[in-house]
Design a protein around this ligand. Structure first.
Ligand code: SF4
Ligand code: SF4
Length: 438
């Protein structure tokens, strides 16, 4: 929890110098400019496929981790688990253990009950604000926003999100808890597809634990199991299951039942790990007296790793070879063409030039495919097709007219070509020149 919360809070405050024309926040989703920044990568809306690739990569990495170590993501890294752990910890500190909490809930209303429940919900809201609410730092310049928060000067658009995220965290971690894992999260439903007999799962050693039963100090352990049926493992389980009944879909592999049972074993002066991480193979072979080592290298380790390598390489190749400028052309629909008094024909186009670099640039737009084409750029000043200015990291909009002596065909294919001021050529854009109705 400390490690994950540390990363969560520090990440938006990390800086990454992108020059004077771009934000210097290393990880930022900038809704105003529709851009996502991740260290040296900046993703434009047109490049959403990179995000798709990254999500595929994350999903396969999750499958690999699950096939090896069971639901480690659910138990240790999922925000829902981390937040819920904090909420449960507060509940335990303020209201006491499970027995005391149940007594408190059943008791008649009193100052003490009001105080304890009020304090719990107040602290939950504070944690909700500090955890869920802190997501907004990833969508705004974090130091500026922090200063605004300190001076109670947060814009209402951001405040709305802070309130919504705080409220949803309060409800999800305070009330819904394991229902989120059991009913809302689809991952719980298909995780078993990634399990095999060599996956680490949380297991109860029935060989050693059964026959279970109450035990008094001084009683012999002869002819009985080590489980004293104290239900400590059930009481701490955030999803409310009894792991002694075997692996269940609800188990998020948080390991709390292991800690609880080990405490009991320690008090009883018995060996630890009556509940422990184990593979089904090792549980089976343990019955015959042989302990199997944990097998990392299995067929599914290789094929998940292979998919990760292929998708990762494809994303890397795409990023290293991405074009730093793009041109998009939209032919006028109405009118499709205009016949001029000298008999020539004119077509209008909306041109967008994307400058993905961190420097202001001027671009040269050329057109080919039809003899006698003349290009004129409409706009303030003396805009020339050979020097179209576009600011760093922005989109330049230009209104362009092409005219040509009336060609023989009513529709000719033409190609717009974009080069920058250093002569680097970017992609071509195919369009049409219309000179009559078909
Ligand atoms: S059974 Fe144990 S590991 Fe599974 S969710 Fe409950 S406490 Fe966590
Ligand atoms: S905590 Fe251990 S001893 Fe107690 S009921 Fe669970 S398995 Fe048995």
């Amino acid at each position: 929890m400390v490690v994950l919360l540390g990363i969560y809070y520090l990440a938006p405050f990390m800086r990454w110098d992108r020059g004077p024309h771009a934000p210097d926040q290393a990880i930022l989703i900038d809704m105003t400019s529709s851009r996502a920044y991740f260290f040296f990568i900046d993703i434009w809306p047109q490049e959403i496929y990179y995000l798709t690739g990254i999500l595929i990569l994350a999903a396969i990495a999750l499958f690999l981790a699950t096939s090896l170590f069971g639901r480690v993501w659910c138990g240790y890294a999922c925000p829902q688990t981390v937040w819920t752990d904090l909420f449960v910890w507060v509940e335990r500190i303020v209201q006491g253990d499970r027995a005391k909490r149940q007594k408190l809930y059943k008791a008649a209303w009193s100052i003490e009950k009001l105080w304890k429940l009020g304090l719990t919900h107040f602290l939950w809201l504070v944690i909700g604000l500090l955890t869920g609410g802190a997501w907004v730092f990833y969508f705004n310049d974090a130091p500026t926003l922090l200063e605004q928060i300190i001076h109670f000067d947060v814009p209402w658009s951001v405040m709305g999100w802070i309130i919504a995220l705080t409220g949803s965290t309060y409800v999800m971690a305070g009330f819904a808890r394991e229902q989120v894992c059991t009913y809302m999260c689809p991952y719980a439903r298909f995780q078993s597809a990634m399990f095999d007999k060599d996956t680490l799962i949380i297991g109860y050693d029935a060989e050693r634990g059964e026959a279970r039963g109450k035990h008094k100090k001084g009683d012999s352990w002869e002819g009985r199991g080590h489980c004293v049926d104290c239900t400590a493992c059930v009481q701490v389980c955030p999803t409310g299951i009894d792991i002694r009944d075997g692996l269940q879909m609800e188990c998020i592999a948080c390991g709390l039942c292991i800690d609880a049972c080990n405490d009991v074993m320690h008090k009883l002066e018995l060996p630890a790990d009556l509940i422990r991480y184990a593979t089904t193979s090792s549980q089976d072979t343990r019955k015959t007296g042989t302990a199997l080592p944990f097998k990392i290298w299995r067929p599914r380790t290789f094929y998940y790793a292979a998919i990760i390598a292929v998708v990762g390489a494809a994303i890397l190749y795409g990023l290293l070879n991405r074009s730093l400028a793009e041109v998009h052309v939209l032919h006028d629909r109405n009118p499709l063409f205009v016949q001029l008094s000298d008999g020539s024909v004119r077509n209008g186009y909306d041109i967008r030039i994307l400058n993905k670099t961190l420097e202001d640039k001027t671009y040269n737009l050329e057109v080919s495919g039809l003899n006698g084409l003349e290009m004129r750029v409409q706009g303030a000043g003396n805009l020339q097709a050979g020097a179209l200015p576009v600011f760093a990291g922005s989109i330049g909009h230009f209104r362009v007219f092409l005219s040509a002596p009336k060609p023989g065909e009513t529709r000719a294919n033409i190609v717009f070509t974009l080069t920058d001021d250093q002569g680097v050529q970017y992609e071509n854009y195919e369009s049409v020149f219309v000179s009559g109705m078909p």
